[in-house]
Unconditional design. Structure first.
Length: 528
Protein backbone atom coordinates (compact mmCIF):
# COMPACT_ATOMS: atom_id res chain seq x y z
CA UNK A 1 0.00 0.00 0.00
CA UNK A 2 1.46 3.43 -0.93
CA UNK A 3 2.27 5.88 1.85
CA UNK A 4 -0.70 7.97 3.01
CA UNK A 5 -0.59 11.58 1.82
CA UNK A 6 -0.10 14.28 4.47
CA UNK A 7 -2.57 16.98 5.55
CA UNK A 8 -1.84 20.72 5.63
CA UNK A 9 -2.14 21.99 9.21
CA UNK A 10 -0.55 25.09 10.66
CA UNK A 11 1.54 25.75 7.57
CA UNK A 12 3.13 22.27 7.61
CA UNK A 13 2.43 19.08 5.69
CA UNK A 14 1.91 16.60 8.51
CA UNK A 15 1.55 12.85 8.54
CA UNK A 16 -2.02 12.12 9.54
CA UNK A 17 -2.63 10.20 12.74
CA UNK A 18 -5.78 8.63 11.29
CA UNK A 19 -5.83 4.97 10.35
CA UNK A 20 -8.82 5.49 8.04
CA UNK A 21 -7.95 6.13 4.41
CA UNK A 22 -9.53 6.42 0.97
CA UNK A 23 -8.54 6.49 -2.71
CA UNK A 24 -10.05 8.31 -5.67
CA UNK A 25 -10.97 6.65 -8.95
CA UNK A 26 -10.68 7.56 -12.61
CA UNK A 27 -14.38 7.89 -13.54
CA UNK A 28 -13.67 7.30 -17.22
CA UNK A 29 -12.32 3.79 -16.55
CA UNK A 30 -13.37 2.93 -13.00
CA UNK A 31 -9.69 2.38 -12.13
CA UNK A 32 -8.66 3.06 -8.53
CA UNK A 33 -5.90 5.68 -8.47
CA UNK A 34 -2.75 4.87 -6.55
CA UNK A 35 -2.51 7.75 -4.05
CA UNK A 36 -3.92 7.10 -0.55
CA UNK A 37 -5.43 9.90 1.54
CA UNK A 38 -6.43 10.10 5.20
CA UNK A 39 -9.89 10.56 6.69
CA UNK A 40 -9.02 13.10 9.38
CA UNK A 41 -10.24 12.60 12.92
CA UNK A 42 -11.29 14.99 15.65
CA UNK A 43 -7.69 15.72 16.71
CA UNK A 44 -6.86 17.13 13.28
CA UNK A 45 -10.08 19.16 13.22
CA UNK A 46 -9.06 20.62 16.58
CA UNK A 47 -5.59 21.40 15.21
CA UNK A 48 -6.82 23.34 12.16
CA UNK A 49 -9.28 25.28 14.31
CA UNK A 50 -6.59 26.30 16.79
CA UNK A 51 -4.15 27.30 14.05
CA UNK A 52 -6.90 29.07 12.09
CA UNK A 53 -7.87 31.17 15.10
CA UNK A 54 -4.25 32.22 15.52
CA UNK A 55 -4.01 33.10 11.82
CA UNK A 56 -7.19 35.18 11.99
CA UNK A 57 -5.72 37.31 14.75
CA UNK A 58 -2.54 37.83 12.71
CA UNK A 59 -4.45 38.66 9.52
CA UNK A 60 -6.44 41.35 11.34
CA UNK A 61 -3.19 43.30 11.71
CA UNK A 62 -2.15 42.93 8.05
CA UNK A 63 -2.85 45.67 5.50
CA UNK A 64 -5.40 44.86 2.80
CA UNK A 65 -2.61 45.01 0.23
CA UNK A 66 -0.86 42.00 1.78
CA UNK A 67 -3.89 39.77 1.21
CA UNK A 68 -4.09 41.11 -2.34
CA UNK A 69 -0.41 40.25 -2.86
CA UNK A 70 -1.10 36.69 -1.73
CA UNK A 71 -4.07 36.21 -4.09
CA UNK A 72 -2.10 37.57 -7.04
CA UNK A 73 0.97 35.47 -6.23
CA UNK A 74 -1.21 32.38 -5.83
CA UNK A 75 -2.73 32.94 -9.28
CA UNK A 76 0.76 33.18 -10.77
CA UNK A 77 1.86 29.96 -9.11
CA UNK A 78 -1.21 28.07 -10.38
CA UNK A 79 -0.53 29.21 -13.92
CA UNK A 80 3.07 28.03 -13.64
CA UNK A 81 1.83 24.57 -12.62
CA UNK A 82 -1.00 24.44 -15.15
CA UNK A 83 -0.01 21.25 -16.96
CA UNK A 84 0.19 19.10 -13.83
CA UNK A 85 -3.00 20.56 -12.38
CA UNK A 86 -4.96 19.92 -15.57
CA UNK A 87 -3.58 16.40 -15.93
CA UNK A 88 -4.64 15.40 -12.42
CA UNK A 89 -8.01 17.11 -12.53
CA UNK A 90 -8.72 15.26 -15.77
CA UNK A 91 -7.71 11.91 -14.27
CA UNK A 92 -9.79 12.41 -11.13
CA UNK A 93 -12.94 13.85 -12.74
CA UNK A 94 -12.83 12.73 -16.42
CA UNK A 95 -13.71 16.33 -17.35
CA UNK A 96 -12.02 17.26 -20.66
CA UNK A 97 -8.49 18.57 -20.24
CA UNK A 98 -9.10 20.88 -23.19
CA UNK A 99 -10.89 23.15 -23.42
CA UNK A 100 -12.82 22.65 -20.16
CA UNK A 101 -10.08 22.41 -17.54
CA UNK A 102 -7.07 24.08 -19.11
CA UNK A 103 -8.79 26.61 -21.35
CA UNK A 104 -11.82 27.59 -19.28
CA UNK A 105 -11.86 26.53 -15.65
CA UNK A 106 -8.28 27.18 -14.59
CA UNK A 107 -8.23 30.66 -16.21
CA UNK A 108 -11.56 31.36 -14.51
CA UNK A 109 -10.03 30.34 -11.18
CA UNK A 110 -6.97 32.55 -11.53
CA UNK A 111 -9.23 35.34 -12.78
CA UNK A 112 -11.37 35.05 -9.63
CA UNK A 113 -8.26 35.23 -7.48
CA UNK A 114 -7.11 38.39 -9.25
CA UNK A 115 -10.55 39.99 -9.06
CA UNK A 116 -10.63 39.31 -5.32
CA UNK A 117 -7.12 40.77 -5.03
CA UNK A 118 -8.18 43.94 -6.82
CA UNK A 119 -11.22 44.27 -4.56
CA UNK A 120 -9.13 43.76 -1.42
CA UNK A 121 -6.59 46.34 -2.56
CA UNK A 122 -9.25 48.92 -3.49
CA UNK A 123 -11.43 48.44 -0.39
CA UNK A 124 -14.68 49.79 -1.85
CA UNK A 125 -16.28 46.34 -1.37
CA UNK A 126 -16.41 47.14 2.38
CA UNK A 127 -18.89 50.00 1.81
CA UNK A 128 -17.29 52.62 4.10
CA UNK A 129 -20.15 54.88 5.24
CA UNK A 130 -19.83 58.21 7.02
CA UNK A 131 -22.53 60.32 8.69
CA UNK A 132 -20.78 63.53 9.73
CA UNK A 133 -23.81 65.05 11.49
CA UNK A 134 -24.39 62.05 13.78
CA UNK A 135 -20.68 61.30 14.19
CA UNK A 136 -21.24 57.68 13.17
CA UNK A 137 -19.11 55.74 10.68
CA UNK A 138 -19.25 52.10 9.55
CA UNK A 139 -17.41 49.65 7.32
CA UNK A 140 -17.31 45.90 6.71
CA UNK A 141 -14.36 44.19 8.34
CA UNK A 142 -12.97 40.71 9.11
CA UNK A 143 -15.10 38.21 11.01
CA UNK A 144 -12.28 37.41 13.39
CA UNK A 145 -11.93 33.69 12.75
CA UNK A 146 -11.24 31.11 10.06
CA UNK A 147 -13.75 30.27 7.32
CA UNK A 148 -14.38 26.60 6.47
CA UNK A 149 -14.91 26.01 2.74
CA UNK A 150 -16.42 22.70 1.58
CA UNK A 151 -15.68 22.28 -2.13
CA UNK A 152 -17.91 20.28 -4.52
CA UNK A 153 -16.97 17.52 -6.96
CA UNK A 154 -17.97 19.17 -10.25
CA UNK A 155 -15.53 22.11 -10.37
CA UNK A 156 -12.10 20.87 -9.23
CA UNK A 157 -10.55 24.33 -9.63
CA UNK A 158 -13.18 27.09 -9.69
CA UNK A 159 -15.09 25.94 -6.59
CA UNK A 160 -12.30 24.05 -4.85
CA UNK A 161 -12.10 24.64 -1.12
CA UNK A 162 -8.43 25.59 -1.51
CA UNK A 163 -8.70 27.85 -4.57
CA UNK A 164 -12.25 28.63 -5.68
CA UNK A 165 -14.58 31.58 -5.39
CA UNK A 166 -15.49 31.04 -1.72
CA UNK A 167 -11.79 30.72 -0.90
CA UNK A 168 -10.92 33.94 -2.74
CA UNK A 169 -13.79 35.85 -1.14
CA UNK A 170 -12.91 34.74 2.38
CA UNK A 171 -9.25 35.70 1.99
CA UNK A 172 -10.17 39.07 0.48
CA UNK A 173 -12.45 39.74 3.46
CA UNK A 174 -9.60 39.03 5.87
CA UNK A 175 -10.28 35.48 7.04
CA UNK A 176 -7.95 32.47 6.83
CA UNK A 177 -9.40 29.38 5.16
CA UNK A 178 -9.78 25.82 6.35
CA UNK A 179 -10.34 23.97 3.09
CA UNK A 180 -12.31 20.73 3.05
CA UNK A 181 -11.24 18.91 -0.11
CA UNK A 182 -13.63 16.73 -2.08
CA UNK A 183 -12.77 13.00 -2.04
CA UNK A 184 -13.35 12.78 -5.80
CA UNK A 185 -10.25 14.85 -6.59
CA UNK A 186 -7.84 14.77 -3.63
CA UNK A 187 -4.60 14.94 -5.63
CA UNK A 188 -5.85 18.02 -7.48
CA UNK A 189 -6.72 19.62 -4.14
CA UNK A 190 -3.30 18.72 -2.73
CA UNK A 191 -1.54 20.39 -5.66
CA UNK A 192 -3.62 23.54 -5.18
CA UNK A 193 -2.90 23.62 -1.45
CA UNK A 194 0.82 23.18 -2.11
CA UNK A 195 0.86 26.32 -4.22
CA UNK A 196 -1.30 28.22 -1.73
CA UNK A 197 1.15 27.36 1.05
CA UNK A 198 4.10 28.57 -1.01
CA UNK A 199 2.28 31.78 -1.98
CA UNK A 200 1.60 32.42 1.72
CA UNK A 201 5.32 32.14 2.38
CA UNK A 202 6.22 34.24 -0.66
CA UNK A 203 4.32 37.26 0.68
CA UNK A 204 4.88 36.70 4.41
CA UNK A 205 1.37 35.98 5.66
CA UNK A 206 0.75 33.84 8.73
CA UNK A 207 1.55 30.22 7.87
CA UNK A 208 -1.92 29.01 8.84
CA UNK A 209 -3.70 31.34 6.41
CA UNK A 210 -4.52 28.27 4.28
CA UNK A 211 -5.03 24.76 5.73
CA UNK A 212 -6.58 21.67 4.20
CA UNK A 213 -8.12 18.35 5.26
CA UNK A 214 -9.24 15.91 2.55
CA UNK A 215 -12.06 14.15 4.30
CA UNK A 216 -13.61 13.72 7.74
CA UNK A 217 -16.39 11.82 9.44
CA UNK A 218 -19.80 13.55 9.35
CA UNK A 219 -19.67 14.23 13.10
CA UNK A 220 -16.38 16.07 12.66
CA UNK A 221 -17.81 18.17 9.85
CA UNK A 222 -20.67 19.16 12.14
CA UNK A 223 -18.17 20.05 14.84
CA UNK A 224 -16.10 22.15 12.43
CA UNK A 225 -18.97 24.41 11.31
CA UNK A 226 -20.29 24.88 14.86
CA UNK A 227 -17.06 25.42 16.78
CA UNK A 228 -16.83 28.74 18.68
CA UNK A 229 -13.61 29.61 16.82
CA UNK A 230 -15.06 29.23 13.32
CA UNK A 231 -16.21 32.51 11.75
CA UNK A 232 -18.38 31.14 8.93
CA UNK A 233 -18.64 28.24 6.51
CA UNK A 234 -19.41 27.83 2.82
CA UNK A 235 -20.72 24.57 1.36
CA UNK A 236 -21.53 23.42 -2.16
CA UNK A 237 -22.99 19.94 -2.50
CA UNK A 238 -25.99 17.75 -1.76
CA UNK A 239 -29.09 19.09 -0.04
CA UNK A 240 -28.96 16.39 2.62
CA UNK A 241 -25.35 17.06 3.60
CA UNK A 242 -25.75 20.82 3.48
CA UNK A 243 -28.84 20.87 5.66
CA UNK A 244 -27.13 18.73 8.29
CA UNK A 245 -24.26 21.22 8.42
CA UNK A 246 -26.70 24.14 8.51
CA UNK A 247 -28.56 22.67 11.46
CA UNK A 248 -25.32 22.38 13.42
CA UNK A 249 -24.11 25.85 12.42
CA UNK A 250 -27.47 27.48 13.15
CA UNK A 251 -27.62 25.88 16.58
CA UNK A 252 -24.25 27.46 17.37
CA UNK A 253 -25.17 30.83 15.83
CA UNK A 254 -22.56 30.49 13.08
CA UNK A 255 -23.14 31.79 9.53
CA UNK A 256 -23.12 29.15 6.79
CA UNK A 257 -23.66 29.76 3.08
CA UNK A 258 -25.08 26.83 1.13
CA UNK A 259 -25.53 25.88 -2.50
CA UNK A 260 -27.77 22.82 -2.39
CA UNK A 261 -29.87 21.89 -5.42
CA UNK A 262 -31.58 23.42 -8.43
CA UNK A 263 -33.60 22.17 -11.40
CA UNK A 264 -33.23 25.48 -13.30
CA UNK A 265 -36.59 25.52 -15.12
CA UNK A 266 -36.82 26.55 -18.76
CA UNK A 267 -40.18 27.78 -20.10
CA UNK A 268 -40.59 27.63 -23.87
CA UNK A 269 -43.51 29.81 -24.98
CA UNK A 270 -45.63 28.83 -28.02
CA UNK A 271 -44.35 31.53 -30.36
CA UNK A 272 -40.74 30.52 -29.72
CA UNK A 273 -41.60 26.88 -30.53
CA UNK A 274 -43.24 27.87 -33.81
CA UNK A 275 -40.45 30.25 -34.75
CA UNK A 276 -37.36 28.20 -33.85
CA UNK A 277 -38.32 24.98 -32.06
CA UNK A 278 -35.45 22.96 -33.55
CA UNK A 279 -32.97 25.65 -32.57
CA UNK A 280 -34.19 25.69 -28.97
CA UNK A 281 -34.07 21.88 -28.83
CA UNK A 282 -30.47 21.96 -30.04
CA UNK A 283 -29.57 24.54 -27.40
CA UNK A 284 -31.24 22.46 -24.70
CA UNK A 285 -29.38 19.35 -25.84
CA UNK A 286 -26.02 21.12 -25.61
CA UNK A 287 -26.81 22.70 -22.26
CA UNK A 288 -28.31 19.64 -20.56
CA UNK A 289 -25.45 17.31 -21.55
CA UNK A 290 -22.57 19.75 -21.14
CA UNK A 291 -20.17 18.18 -18.65
CA UNK A 292 -22.51 15.16 -18.60
CA UNK A 293 -25.13 17.39 -17.01
CA UNK A 294 -23.05 17.98 -13.88
CA UNK A 295 -23.40 21.74 -13.72
CA UNK A 296 -25.38 23.29 -10.88
CA UNK A 297 -27.14 25.40 -13.52
CA UNK A 298 -28.07 22.51 -15.82
CA UNK A 299 -31.65 22.84 -17.17
CA UNK A 300 -33.41 20.02 -15.35
CA UNK A 301 -37.07 20.87 -16.06
CA UNK A 302 -38.43 22.17 -19.38
CA UNK A 303 -42.03 23.40 -19.50
CA UNK A 304 -43.73 23.20 -22.90
CA UNK A 305 -47.04 24.54 -24.24
CA UNK A 306 -49.49 22.14 -25.93
CA UNK A 307 -49.56 21.50 -29.66
CA UNK A 308 -47.78 19.75 -32.54
CA UNK A 309 -44.69 21.96 -32.21
CA UNK A 310 -44.13 20.64 -28.70
CA UNK A 311 -44.42 17.04 -29.91
CA UNK A 312 -41.87 17.75 -32.66
CA UNK A 313 -39.60 19.37 -30.04
CA UNK A 314 -39.72 16.22 -27.89
CA UNK A 315 -39.00 13.98 -30.89
CA UNK A 316 -35.97 16.02 -31.94
CA UNK A 317 -34.62 16.10 -28.41
CA UNK A 318 -35.05 12.34 -28.01
CA UNK A 319 -33.16 11.67 -31.25
CA UNK A 320 -30.25 13.82 -30.13
CA UNK A 321 -30.10 12.32 -26.62
CA UNK A 322 -30.16 8.77 -27.97
CA UNK A 323 -27.53 9.48 -30.64
CA UNK A 324 -25.01 11.01 -28.21
CA UNK A 325 -22.59 8.78 -26.32
CA UNK A 326 -23.06 9.11 -22.53
CA UNK A 327 -20.16 10.90 -20.92
CA UNK A 328 -18.60 9.83 -17.63
CA UNK A 329 -20.09 10.99 -14.36
CA UNK A 330 -17.74 12.26 -11.69
CA UNK A 331 -17.79 9.16 -9.49
CA UNK A 332 -19.66 5.98 -8.67
CA UNK A 333 -21.78 7.86 -6.13
CA UNK A 334 -22.96 10.10 -8.97
CA UNK A 335 -24.26 7.07 -10.85
CA UNK A 336 -26.09 5.86 -7.74
CA UNK A 337 -27.59 9.29 -7.13
CA UNK A 338 -28.78 9.74 -10.72
CA UNK A 339 -30.22 6.23 -10.85
CA UNK A 340 -32.11 6.90 -7.62
CA UNK A 341 -33.41 10.27 -8.84
CA UNK A 342 -34.66 8.87 -12.17
CA UNK A 343 -36.45 6.05 -10.34
CA UNK A 344 -38.01 8.50 -7.88
CA UNK A 345 -39.27 10.71 -10.71
CA UNK A 346 -40.90 7.68 -12.33
CA UNK A 347 -42.51 6.74 -9.03
CA UNK A 348 -43.98 10.26 -8.92
CA UNK A 349 -45.57 9.84 -12.34
CA UNK A 350 -42.90 10.70 -14.92
CA UNK A 351 -42.42 8.34 -17.85
CA UNK A 352 -39.23 7.57 -19.73
CA UNK A 353 -38.76 9.01 -23.21
CA UNK A 354 -35.11 7.98 -23.59
CA UNK A 355 -32.42 6.28 -21.50
CA UNK A 356 -33.09 5.59 -17.84
CA UNK A 357 -30.45 2.95 -17.04
CA UNK A 358 -26.82 2.56 -16.05
CA UNK A 359 -24.28 1.86 -18.75
CA UNK A 360 -22.62 -1.46 -18.07
CA UNK A 361 -18.86 -1.79 -18.25
CA UNK A 362 -15.88 0.19 -17.03
CA UNK A 363 -16.31 3.73 -15.83
CA UNK A 364 -19.12 5.73 -14.26
CA UNK A 365 -21.80 6.23 -16.91
CA UNK A 366 -25.57 6.52 -17.15
CA UNK A 367 -27.67 6.64 -20.30
CA UNK A 368 -28.65 10.08 -21.56
CA UNK A 369 -32.13 10.30 -20.11
CA UNK A 370 -35.33 12.20 -20.90
CA UNK A 371 -38.47 11.88 -18.81
CA UNK A 372 -41.80 13.56 -19.31
CA UNK A 373 -44.87 14.33 -17.27
CA UNK A 374 -47.93 16.52 -17.45
CA UNK A 375 -48.46 19.85 -15.74
CA UNK A 376 -51.44 18.28 -13.95
CA UNK A 377 -49.17 15.65 -12.37
CA UNK A 378 -46.54 18.21 -11.42
CA UNK A 379 -49.14 20.44 -9.79
CA UNK A 380 -50.49 17.43 -7.90
CA UNK A 381 -47.02 16.33 -6.68
CA UNK A 382 -44.68 19.33 -7.02
CA UNK A 383 -42.17 18.01 -4.49
CA UNK A 384 -41.81 14.57 -6.05
CA UNK A 385 -41.45 15.85 -9.61
CA UNK A 386 -38.94 18.57 -8.74
CA UNK A 387 -36.31 16.17 -7.44
CA UNK A 388 -32.93 17.14 -8.83
CA UNK A 389 -31.44 14.54 -11.19
CA UNK A 390 -27.80 15.66 -11.12
CA UNK A 391 -26.30 14.40 -14.35
CA UNK A 392 -27.37 13.76 -17.93
CA UNK A 393 -31.13 13.68 -17.37
CA UNK A 394 -33.94 16.12 -18.07
CA UNK A 395 -37.68 16.23 -17.28
CA UNK A 396 -40.14 17.66 -19.83
CA UNK A 397 -43.44 19.03 -18.50
CA UNK A 398 -46.20 19.09 -21.11
CA UNK A 399 -49.04 21.50 -20.33
CA UNK A 400 -52.67 21.16 -21.38
CA UNK A 401 -53.07 24.88 -22.06
CA UNK A 402 -50.96 28.03 -21.95
CA UNK A 403 -52.89 29.05 -18.82
CA UNK A 404 -51.03 26.29 -16.96
CA UNK A 405 -47.60 27.82 -17.64
CA UNK A 406 -47.85 30.45 -14.86
CA UNK A 407 -49.39 27.85 -12.55
CA UNK A 408 -46.35 25.62 -13.03
CA UNK A 409 -44.08 28.59 -12.33
CA UNK A 410 -45.99 29.24 -9.11
CA UNK A 411 -45.49 25.62 -7.98
CA UNK A 412 -41.71 25.72 -8.33
CA UNK A 413 -39.27 25.62 -5.44
CA UNK A 414 -36.41 28.09 -5.24
CA UNK A 415 -33.79 27.75 -8.00
CA UNK A 416 -30.50 29.25 -9.05
CA UNK A 417 -31.83 30.13 -12.50
CA UNK A 418 -35.00 30.28 -14.59
CA UNK A 419 -35.21 30.82 -18.34
CA UNK A 420 -38.00 31.95 -20.66
CA UNK A 421 -37.84 31.51 -24.43
CA UNK A 422 -40.21 33.77 -26.40
CA UNK A 423 -40.58 34.60 -30.07
CA UNK A 424 -38.75 37.56 -31.56
CA UNK A 425 -41.86 39.02 -33.16
CA UNK A 426 -43.74 39.79 -29.95
CA UNK A 427 -46.57 37.25 -30.09
CA UNK A 428 -45.47 35.81 -26.73
CA UNK A 429 -45.23 39.15 -24.92
CA UNK A 430 -48.57 38.97 -23.13
CA UNK A 431 -47.90 35.41 -21.93
CA UNK A 432 -44.37 36.38 -20.89
CA UNK A 433 -45.84 39.04 -18.61
CA UNK A 434 -47.89 36.34 -16.90
CA UNK A 435 -45.03 33.83 -16.50
CA UNK A 436 -41.91 35.91 -15.83
CA UNK A 437 -43.07 37.84 -12.72
CA UNK A 438 -44.03 34.57 -11.03
CA UNK A 439 -40.76 32.92 -12.04
CA UNK A 440 -38.77 35.98 -10.95
CA UNK A 441 -39.60 35.37 -7.27
CA UNK A 442 -38.40 31.77 -7.48
CA UNK A 443 -34.97 32.17 -9.07
CA UNK A 444 -31.76 34.03 -8.38
CA UNK A 445 -31.00 34.71 -12.06
CA UNK A 446 -33.68 35.19 -14.72
CA UNK A 447 -32.63 34.55 -18.32
CA UNK A 448 -34.34 35.31 -21.63
CA UNK A 449 -33.74 33.28 -24.77
CA UNK A 450 -30.64 31.45 -23.55
CA UNK A 451 -29.85 28.34 -21.57
CA UNK A 452 -28.55 28.76 -18.01
CA UNK A 453 -25.48 26.50 -18.02
CA UNK A 454 -22.40 28.43 -17.00
CA UNK A 455 -21.86 31.26 -14.55
CA UNK A 456 -20.01 34.39 -15.66
CA UNK A 457 -17.59 35.85 -13.11
CA UNK A 458 -19.14 39.31 -13.26
CA UNK A 459 -19.76 41.90 -10.52
CA UNK A 460 -23.44 41.79 -11.53
CA UNK A 461 -23.76 37.99 -11.30
CA UNK A 462 -26.03 36.31 -8.79
CA UNK A 463 -25.15 32.66 -8.26
CA UNK A 464 -27.71 32.15 -5.55
CA UNK A 465 -31.45 31.97 -5.10
CA UNK A 466 -34.29 31.05 -2.75
CA UNK A 467 -34.23 27.80 -0.78
CA UNK A 468 -33.52 25.02 -1.66
CA UNK A 469 -31.15 26.44 -4.25
CA UNK A 470 -29.24 28.04 -1.39
CA UNK A 471 -29.61 28.57 2.33
CA UNK A 472 -30.34 32.32 1.96
CA UNK A 473 -31.62 34.28 -1.07
CA UNK A 474 -29.70 37.44 -0.22
CA UNK A 475 -26.20 36.20 -1.06
CA UNK A 476 -24.20 35.09 -4.08
CA UNK A 477 -21.29 32.66 -4.33
CA UNK A 478 -20.07 34.25 -7.59
CA UNK A 479 -19.68 37.95 -8.30
CA UNK A 480 -17.06 40.13 -6.68
CA UNK A 481 -17.46 42.32 -4.62
CA UNK A 482 -20.86 41.03 -3.37
CA UNK A 483 -19.54 37.54 -2.64
CA UNK A 484 -16.86 38.94 -0.32
CA UNK A 485 -19.37 40.52 2.06
CA UNK A 486 -20.66 37.08 3.09
CA UNK A 487 -17.47 36.70 5.10
CA UNK A 488 -17.41 40.10 6.79
CA UNK A 489 -19.04 41.83 9.75
CA UNK A 490 -20.38 45.38 9.83
CA UNK A 491 -18.20 47.46 12.16
CA UNK A 492 -19.80 50.65 13.48
CA UNK A 493 -17.92 53.52 15.19
CA UNK A 494 -19.86 56.12 17.19
CA UNK A 495 -18.04 59.29 18.33
CA UNK A 496 -14.67 57.57 17.91
CA UNK A 497 -11.68 59.88 17.52
CA UNK A 498 -10.39 60.07 13.99
CA UNK A 499 -6.93 58.71 14.79
CA UNK A 500 -8.58 55.59 16.23
CA UNK A 501 -10.74 54.90 13.19
CA UNK A 502 -9.87 52.44 10.41
CA UNK A 503 -8.07 54.40 7.71
CA UNK A 504 -10.99 53.94 5.30
CA UNK A 505 -13.25 55.91 7.67
CA UNK A 506 -10.98 58.84 8.39
CA UNK A 507 -11.65 62.23 6.85
CA UNK A 508 -8.88 61.84 4.29
CA UNK A 509 -9.57 59.29 1.58
CA UNK A 510 -6.60 56.92 2.02
CA UNK A 511 -6.18 56.16 -1.68
CA UNK A 512 -8.01 58.97 -3.43
CA UNK A 513 -10.02 56.38 -5.36
CA UNK A 514 -11.86 54.58 -2.55
CA UNK A 515 -15.64 54.95 -2.93
CA UNK A 516 -17.34 55.99 0.30
CA UNK A 517 -20.93 56.91 1.17
CA UNK A 518 -20.54 60.30 2.82
CA UNK A 519 -23.70 61.97 4.09
CA UNK A 520 -25.81 60.08 1.58
CA UNK A 521 -23.64 60.56 -1.53
CA UNK A 522 -21.07 58.21 -3.03
CA UNK A 523 -17.78 60.02 -3.44
CA UNK A 524 -14.01 59.58 -3.59
CA UNK A 525 -13.42 63.02 -2.08
CA UNK A 526 -12.07 63.71 1.37
CA UNK A 527 -14.61 64.51 4.07
CA UNK A 528 -15.09 68.25 4.44
Amino acid sequence: MPETQPVLIGGQWRTSASARTFQAIDPATGETLEAVFPVSGSAEVEAVLAAGAEAAEALSREPDSRRADFLERYAERLEARKDELVEWAHRETALPASPRLGGVELPRTTGQLRQAAAAARDGSWALPTIDTKAGIRSVYGPLGGPVAVFGPNNFPFAFNGAAGGDFAAAIAAGSPVIAKGHPSHPTTSKLLAEEAREAVRDVGLHESTVQMLYRMAPKDGLRLVSDPRIAASAYTGSRRGGLALKQAADAAGKPIYLELSSVNPVFVLPGALRERGDEVADELFGSALMGTGQFCTKPGIVVLPPGPEARAFVDRLREKFEAAAPGPLLNAAGVESLDSAVSALQESGAELVAGGARVEGAGCRFQNTILRTSSAKLLADPEGLQREAFGNACLLVETGSVDELPKVAAALEGNLTGSVYSDRGGSDDALYERVAPVLRRRVGRLLNDKMPTGVAVSPAMNHGGPYPATGHPGFTAVGIPASIRRFAMLECYDNVREARLPVSLRDRNPTGSLWRLVDGSWTTADVG
